[in-house]
Each structure stands twice: as structure tokens, then as C-alpha cells.
Design a protein around this ligand. Structure first.
Ligand SMILES: *Cc1c(COP(=O)(O)O)cnc(C)c1O
Length: 464
């Protein structure tokens, strides 16, 4: 069965898998979702128990790519993508107490879970472009993690030039060096004289210039790309199977910013995985927790926290969930999103709010509690948590309704990526893993550019 992809705003063409991946955002401003999701039977899920991570990834991903990507090519891309991880299990589970498990998603090349999607997406894009005899230019803005994972996934790919903008002097040194020490010809790092918002505005301006966008085939790899969500579904199955699914129900606590990672959990459930609770773990930038508690999705300013990769104002992938909750009525989502843009808030209908509360629990964790969690888990188990994973543990323990159900907390980053927060919490400086020990001696390459659109366009056109 070949799945088609439709926009959440109901006013863009229905696309094949490949076209949806290349498009990223839909032309009506919506996000692409599968027209239907073919669930696995319980017997099929039970049959996945002995699979290795790449075998499981192939079984799940091929549901979404059937009729589009040839099975042999898919198998090779998956094998290559997950061979870059430094742990044989790819996504190992570590037990913290009787019913709490950490799913370590930080063994990829850049030490954060975004490698799961971007190691695969870089190869997938290159494959689709090769087939079509096309080239593409990826342009993205980063406050840290996405940029390094995207660069790592795309470096050295034949048909891709990648330009990543970071705010000059405003990303951590580990994060900057992970990006700027990649010296492949197709990688272009730009330190923009401005803030992260300036970087994002610059990227938006480039994409909204349709002549420029079409001439250079600009492509986005941010978390609105369906292929990223799809790749992240796999580790929900992997963890649950290891803990006794499908005979047992499992709960997940997910450190959440843009709602991409936890939305992959929603899709895992639709595919038939018996999930007990999905817990939205946020820091003080808590638009989702407030929405669940009040029924109003309202924008407030962003404040910096100890878990910077979750410092967001809105959660773009939440639109995908709203599309489902409102009966997949694209016109209604389009109206709601237009109103949201002008009024900065939207109020859910009572029925939808009830459905939302039935599907999720949520908890917002302060910096103080984040540090306290890092310290107490270190004391009781010897494990060092990064601040994002600590938010996940704290929220999971607060929001679970049943302490007897296994709780899997997604550990989204390696502690060495956020050494200052870890040190402030428990006075230990988390060391970089062996393969990165020389990060601070590696040669860097980047250009510093003014926050000016014409300068940026010239820079890109001279290099493509
Ligand atoms: C991106 C990121 C998150 C948030 O994930 P979303 O998919 O945006 O919800 C959490 N933790 C870390 C370390 C991240 O890099």
C-alpha cells in the first residue's frame, strides 16, 4: 500500500513520500502528515522482539515509504545511518530504579537524539536527489543542537550544500566546535552578527523569496520534515519491546520543545504499540503544559533555562496533533492558525481539550528542580543526566499515575554537551566521550556575516 501525504491546512497538493520529504513545509504553510496510518497487528509487533535496531527501523520505516523508496536502498541507508552510533544497541536502556528506565539517545555523532533523524535524513535526501538528477541547498538556523546534527548528517553528501546560521558568540563552545570543525567542502558555517531570532528571520526571509528559493532549490531540515518524525518512531518500539511490549503497556516521559519527539510517540501508538501514558516534560517555557492545564494554547516570551534546546515560544509540531484532534479538518486548522498568528493564543473546544487530557499528561520543571534531579539521580545511581533528560525524569515522576507501569524517560543529550549545568548541580565536570576528546584542538572554519539579506544571498550564490 502506498501512503500519500496531506497538509494539515488542507490547501496544498497531496504528495508522494519523496515529494513530501523534499518539500518540508507544505505550500499552504501547513505540515505534511500521512493520509492514513496502517497499524501493525499484535502478532506482528510480538514478532519484532528479536530484531536489531536497524532491522526494526527497516520494518517500521518501510510502512511509510512503500512504493517510493526501493527496499534495498532503504536497508542500506538505515544500516549506514545507525552504524555511526557508538553503542552496539544504538539506543540502550539503563535502569534507574525498579520502574524507571533511561533510553539513552545520545550515542550518535553529535551526542543528542537529533542524530537519529538527521543521520538518516541526510542520506535519504541525497538518495532522492541522485535518483532525480537534482541538487539541493539546505539552509537552517540553529541555537545549537539541530545545526550540528544536520551538518553531521549532510557532510560529504554529493548533491547537498548545507548552510547553517548560528548567532555569533551565543552558542556554547562544544556546540560551535561540533559544527565548525566539520571541514567538508559542502558545509558552510555562518556566525551571524545577531541573535537566534535574527538567524531564524533570515532563513524565513530567504525561503519567502520564491525566486531565490526555486533557483537554488532551498530545502529545510527542521523538525517539521515528516521524515524526521518517522525515524524517531523506531526507538519507542525498541524500548517498549525490550520491556515486554506488546504484552505489557509502557509509559514515556519526553523532554519537549517543538513537539517533534513526542509526536513520534503518538505515531508509535497509532501503529499499534500499547502505550500507557505519554508525558510532556517541559522547562519553564511551558506553552504545552499550560495548554493541557487550561485548554488555551497561548504564546508568551521565551526565557533562557538550563535546558536551552527546549527554550521555545511555540511548538510547531503541535499543529499535527491539532489536525487529528479536530477530525483532520484542514480548513479549520488553517483558520485556527491564522487566528493564532494575530491573537497569539487559541482556545480549544471543550471536547478537544478533553481528548488532549485523555492522551497526555504534562509537567513543567524549574531550573532548581532540574539541578536537584541531576544531583539526586547521581547520588542514588551514579548516572550523570544532562539537564534536558533531568527535566524528563522529574516530569515523569511527577505526572505518572501508576508507579507500577514501566516508565521510559528519553535521555535526549549526553551530559558533556551541557557541562555547566551538570557541574552546577553536582560539582562534577562530565567528560566528553573518547572519540571527541580532541574537539577543542580541532581546526575550525566559519565565516562571520552581517545580519543583511543581500550579503547572505551573495554568500550562498557564490558557493553553490
Ligand atoms: C531538540 C531537543 C529537544 C526537544 O525536542 P522536540 O522534538 O523539539 O520536542 C529536547 N532535548 C534536546 C537535547 C534537544 O536537542
Amino acid at each position: 500500500m502506498t501512503i500519500k501525504y496531506v497538509s494539515t491546512r488542507g490547501n496544498a497538493p497531496t504528495l508522494s513520500f519523496e515529494d513530501a520529504v523534499l518539500a518540508g513545509l507544505a505550500s499552504d504553510g501547513g505540515l505534511y502528515v500521512p493520509e492514513s496510518i496502517p497499524a501493525f497487528t499484535m502478532a506482528e509487533i510480538a514478532g519484532m522482539q528479536a530484531m536489531s535496531y536497524p532491522e526494526l527501523a527497516f520494518t517500521i520505516i518501510s510502512r511509510f515509504t512503500e512504493g517510493s523508496i526501493e527496499p534495498e536502498a532503504l536497508e542500506r541507508m538505515i544500516a549506514d545511518a545507525y552504524a555511526t552510533f557508538r553503542h552496539d544497541a544504538v539506543a540502550p536502556l539503563k535502569q534507574l530504579d525498579v520502574h524507571t528506565f533511561l533510553l539513552e539517545l545520545f550515542h550518535g555523532p553529535t551526542l543528542a537524539f537529533k542524530d537519529f533523524a538527521l543521520q538518516f535524513l541526510g542520506r535519504l535526501l541525497d538518495h532522492i536527489l541522485t535518483k532525480r538528477g537534482q541538487k539541493a541547498v539546505i539552509v537552517g538556523a540553529t541555537s545549537g543542537d539541530t545545526g550540528s546534527a544536520a551538518i553531521s548528517g549532510c557532510s560529504g553528501r554529493d548533491n547537498i550544500e548545507i548552510f547553517i546560521l548560528h548567532p555569533q558568540g551565543r552558542v556554547s563552545e562544544v556546540q560551535r566546535r561540533q559544527m565548525t570543525s566539520v571541514l567538508d567542502k559542502n558545509v558552510h558555517n555562518i556566525a551571524l552578527k545577531g541573535t537566534f531570532d535574527d538567524c531564524q528571520d533570515m532563513v524565513k526571509t530567504l525561503f519567502s523569496d520564491h525566486d531565490f528559493r526555486d533557483k537554488y532549490k532551498l530545502t529545510a531540515v527542521n523538525s517539521i520534515n515528516w521524515a524526521r518524525i518517522m525515524a524517531q518512531v523506531v526507538y519507542y518500539f525498541y524500548a517498549a519491546l525490550a520491556l515486554g511490549a506488546p504484552a505489557k503497556r509502557i509509559s514515556f516521559s519526553v523532554p519537549t520543545g517543538n513537539f517533534g519527539d513526542i509526536y513520534a510517540g503518538v505515531i508509535a501508538g497509532r501503529l499499534g504499540l500499547p502505550i500507557d501514558q505519554l508525558i510532556i516534560a517541559t522547562n519553564r517555557n511551558d506553552i504545552l503544559t499550560r495548554c493541557l492545564n487550561t485548554g488555551t494554547y497561548g504564546m508568551e516570551g521565551v526565557t533562557a533555562s538550563l535546558s536551552p534546546s527546549m527554550d521555545i515560544q511555540i511548538s510547531s509540531n503541535f499543529e499535527r496533533l491539532l489536525f487529528d484532534l479536530y477530525g483532520r479538518d484542514g480548513k479549520q486548522i488553517n483558520d485556527m492558525m491564522t487566528r493564532f498568528r494575530s491573537e497569539k493564543k487559541l482556545t480549544l473546544t471543550p471536547g478537544v481539550w478533553e481528548k488532549l487530557k485523555g492522551q497526555f499528561a504534562a509537567s513543567a520543571i524549574s531550573d532548581e528542580d532540574t539541578k536537584a534531579t541531576i544531583a539526586s539521580i547521581y547520588q542514588s545511581t551514579g548516572e550523570l543526566l544532562d539537564p534536558h533528560s533531568a527535566v524528563g525524569v522529574a516530569a515523569g515522576h511527577r505526572a505518572r499515575r501508576d508507579t507500577g507501569t514501566p516508565l521510559v524517560v528519553l535521555a535526549t543529550a549526553h551530559p558533556a554537551k551541557f557541562p555547566d549545568a551538570v557541574k552546577a548541580a553536582c560539582h562534577i565536570h562530565p567528560p566528553l566521550p573518547e572519540h571527541m576528546k580532541d574537539l577543542f584542538e580541532r581546526q575550525e572554519r566559519f565565516d562571520v556575516l552581517d545580519n543583511d539579506v543581500d550579503t547572505m544571498k551573495r554568500y550562498i550564490s557564490e558557493r553553490v
